[in-house]
Design a protein around this ligand. Structure first.
Ligand code: IMP
Ligand code: MG
Length: 182
């Protein structure tokens, strides 16, 4: 990816303050729903780790954590739905209350794949928390139980989300507009 193709500086869609407030609300809601349980939070690498790091600090019940590393084929702005597991779970999820932590739901293909993989390991329950949801782009009918923000059909970066592995470090979430390929 050539920097010269990005024709304008990223504009802020969601500020760090809005994100912080919403993540706190999600943590409170999820904690209430899991009262008396110990949810096993499975973060999807790499996009979700910043969100997860903030979310667990708003959890008011004990939690355990693990990570699943995946990479979608291709490095453009479209996910192919073909997913490669680059890091498997460390511990068994049998009979656990598993909560998948995702950065963003787009077509839904990635989440569908992940849900199928995890359900095969017989968790007691399986829910999904996604920071962002581009609902209008859905191709596969999946849904998150907890959503931070529903957003329009734009490509976003920052707060863990990347374009070609870049921009994950930005504290806010920005819209990335790409110059048309000539
Ligand atoms: P899906 O399989 O089409 O739902 O795509 C989900 C994955 O594509 C996410 O976990 C992200 O890694 C990536 N993705 C989709 N939209 C965006 C975006 O706007 N910015 C960054 N990554 C995105
Ligand atoms: Mg991702």
């Amino acid at each position: 990816m050539d920097h010269a193709r990005i024709n304008q500086p990223p504009e802020v869609l969601l500020s760090r303050y809005e994100i912080e407030q919403r993540v706190a609300e999600l943590g409170a809601k999820i904690s209430l729903d899991y009262r008396g349980r110990v949810p096993h939070m499975v973060g999807v690498l790499k996009g979700a780790w910043v969100f997860m790091a903030d979310l667990i600090r708003h959890m008011e019940v004990d939690v355990t954590v693990d990570f699943l590393g995946i990479s979608s084929y291709g490095s453009g702005t479209q996910s192919s739905g073909e997913v490669k597991i680059t890091k498997d779970l460390d511990v068994s999820i049998l009979d656990r209350d598993v909560l998948i932590i995702e950065d963003i739901l787009d077509t839904g293909r990635t989440l569908k794949y992940l849900e199928d993989v995890l359900l095969a390991h017989k968790p007691r329950s399986l829910r999904v928390a996604a920071l962002l949801d581009k609902r209008s782009r859905r191709i596969v009918p999946v849904r998150a139980d907890y959503v931070g923000f529903e957003i329009a059909d734009v490509f976003v970066v920052g707060y863990g989300l990347d374009f070609d592995q870049k921009y994950r470090q930005l504290p806010d979430i920005h819209v990335l507009r790409l110059a048309p390929t000539l």
